[in-house]
Design a protein around this ligand. Structure first.
Ligand SMILES: [Fe+2]
Length: 433
C-alpha cells in the first residue's frame, strides 16, 4: 500500500470513530448479594429519610420480632447522648413473612451535622449527615434503580458525589411480587441510604396488586415510610418536605389524581402553604413523565398531566423529575405542550440501571421542547446554589466511569418574576371548590 492510500484509510477510520454514535451498553444481570448469617436481632437494610423539620426517620429490619425499636445517637462515635423510641410493623405476602420493620424518628437534630447512631442496641454503628439549613444544597437523583450490575455502578458514582439528599422518582427494588428482592435491595442500598436521607415516591414496580387478595403498595408502604403525616397527607403515596430553601412535592402516578381526588385536594392545600420568600424553589417528583419523546410508555402520563398541569403551572413549579422511561431527557421550560418562560423544566431520569435495560427508540424528529435525550444508564446531580440559580448535570455511566454528558444552569421562577406575575391566577385556582 502506498503512503497516500495508508493516509486516506487512516483518516477515514479516524472520522468514522469521531462520528460514530456512543455505543450503549446492554443490560446487566441481577446481582446476587452474599447473604451471610447474622444474629436475628442484627439490624439490616438500614435507611434514613427526612421526617419534618430537624428530624430524621431511621428504618431497619430485624428477624427477631422482640427486638426493640430504639435508636441511640450522638455527635461523637460510640457515645450516644440521646435515645429515641419508635414503632414497628410487619406484613405477609402470600407465602412470605417480613421481618420486624422498625421506624424510629430521631431529633431535633442540628443542621449540616454528622451523627453516629445504632439501631435496637445491636450491631454496628452507622453515621449520617443532616442537610444544611441554607443554600447551597445538593441532591443526587436516580430513578428506576433495580438491583443489577448497572445499579451498582450508578450507586458507586452517586457515592463519589458530595450530596445532601437522594431523590428517587419511583421504581426501587423491581421486586415484582417476589418479596425477598425487597430485602436484597435494602441491603444493596444500605451503605448510601443509611448515610443520607433517601426520599422516594412510588412507581409501577412498587404496586404488586393482586385482585381480591392484595391492595397495591403494601410492601412499599411498610418498608419505605415517608413523611406523609408530617406533611398532613393521609397517604404514604404523596407527601412533601422542605430542604433549606426548597419545597419538594412527591406525587403518585398510580393513585387518583383528578380534581375530586384526595391527592388533588391535598396538593392544593400543600401549595397554599408554600411561602416563596422562605422556599424560593419548588420541585415536584412523580414516576410517569408528562413530557417524553421516547417511544416507550408514550402517553401514559397524559391523564395526570391534563388533571394537574394547570395547577402546577399556576404554582410556578421550577422543576419536575420523573422516571419510568429507561433513558434520560431534559425539556425547555414548558406548559401545555409549548415553550413558556414561566413553565416547568421536565427531566426524565429513569435510567438508574434496572434489569429491563434501556429504552432506545425515540420519536423523530426530536420535538421542539426536547433539549437533550439519550438512552444510557446514569444519574443526575442538582446543586441549588442560591435563591436564583441551580446547576443540573446528568452523568452517563460510560464503561463504568461517570461522564458528565448534559449540564445546564436553571434560574428560578421567583427570580424571573413569574411568581409575582401569576399570583392572582394561583389564588383563583386554590380558592376553587
Ligand atoms: Fe416504571
Amino acid at each position: 500500500m502506498d503512503q497516500k492510500l495508508i493516509l486516506t484509510v487512516s483518516l477515514l477510520l479516524v472520522s468514522a470513530t469521531v462520528i460514530a454514535d456512543y455505543v450503549r451498553p446492554p443490560p446487566r444481570k441481577t446481582l446476587s448479594l452474599p447473604w451471610g448469617p447474622k444474629p436475628a436481632s442484627y439490624p439490616q437494610q438500614v435507611h434514613i429519610s427526612l421526617a419534618g423539620e430537624k428530624h430524621m426517620r431511621v428504618t431497619w429490619i430485624t428477624d427477631d420480632k422482640s427486638s426493640p425499636s430504639t435508636v441511640e445517637y450522638g455527635t461523637s462515635p460510640g457515645t450516644y447522648s440521646s435515645v429515641a423510641q419508635g414503632e414497628s410493623t410487619s406484613y405477609s405476602y402470600l407465602f412470605y413473612s417480613s421481618g420486624k420493620i422498625h421506624h424510629t424518628v430521631i431529633g431535633p437534630l442540628d443542621y449540616n451535622t454528622v451523627y453516629f447512631y445504632r439501631c435496637g442496641g445491636q450491631g454496628r454503628e452507622f453515621q449520617l449527615k443532616t442537610p444544611p439549613a441554607q443554600f447551597p444544597v445538593t441532591f443526587a437523583v436516580a430513578g428506576d434503580l433495580g438491583q443489577s450490575g448497572w445499579t451498582k455502578t450508578t450507586l458507586d458514582h452517586i457515592d463519589q458525589c458530595k450530596y445532601d439528599v437522594h431523590l428517587l422518582p419511583g421504581d426501587l427494588a423491581y421486586a415484582d411480587y417476589i418479596q425477598h428482592r425487597w430485602d436484597s435491595f435494602g441491603e444493596l442500598v444500605q451503605p448510601l441510604a443509611s448515610a443520607r436521607p433517601w426520599m422516594v415516591t412510588e412507581g409501577n414496580h412498587e404496586q404488586e396488586y393482586i385482585p381480591l387478595l392484595k391492595d397495591g403498595f403494601e410492601s412499599y408502604n411498610a418498608r419505605w415510610k415517608m413523611p406523609f403525616q408530617e406533611s398532613e397527607s393521609s397517604s404514604n403515596l404523596y407527601y412533601s418536605f422542605d430542604v433549606a430553601g426548597i419545597h419538594i412535592i412527591m406525587l403518585g402516578s398510580y393513585t387518583d389524581y383528578d380534581e375530586q381526588s384526595d391527592q388533588y385536594s391535598w396538593l392544593k392545600a400543600d401549595l397554599s402553604k408554600v411561602d416563596r420568600t422562605k422556599t424560593p424553589w419548588l420541585i415536584v417528583l412523580f414516576h410517569v413523565p408528562w413530557y417524553n419523546s421516547n417511544k416507550a410508555h408514550r402517553g401514559e402520563g397524559d391523564d395526570m398531566m391534563a388533571a394537574m398541569e394547570p395547577l402546577l403551572y399556576a404554582a410556578n413549579v421550577d422543576l419536575v423529575l420523573a422516571g419510568h422511561v429507561h433513558a434520560y431527557e431534559r425539556s425547555k421550560r414548558i406548559n401545555n405542550g409549548r415553550f413558556d418562560p414561566c413553565g416547568t423544566v421536565h427531566i426524565t431520569i429513569g435510567d438508574g440501571g434496572n434489569r429491563e435495560g434501556l429504552a432506545h427508540s425515540y420519536m423523530k424528529p426530536q420535538p421542539e421542547w426536547s433539549v437533550f435525550r439519550e438512552a444510557s444508564f446514569g444519574h443526575g446531580e442538582l446543586k441549588i446554589v442560591n435563591a436564583t440559580h441551580a446547576f443540573w448535570s446528568w452523568h452517563r455511566n460510560d464503561d463504568d466511569e461517570p461522564v458528565r454528558s448534559d449540564q445546564v444552569w436553571i434560574t428560578s421562577l421567583v427570580s424571573s418574576g413569574c411568581v409575582a406575575e401569576k399570583r392572582n391566577e394561583l389564588r383563583k385556582i386554590l380558592a376553587a371548590p
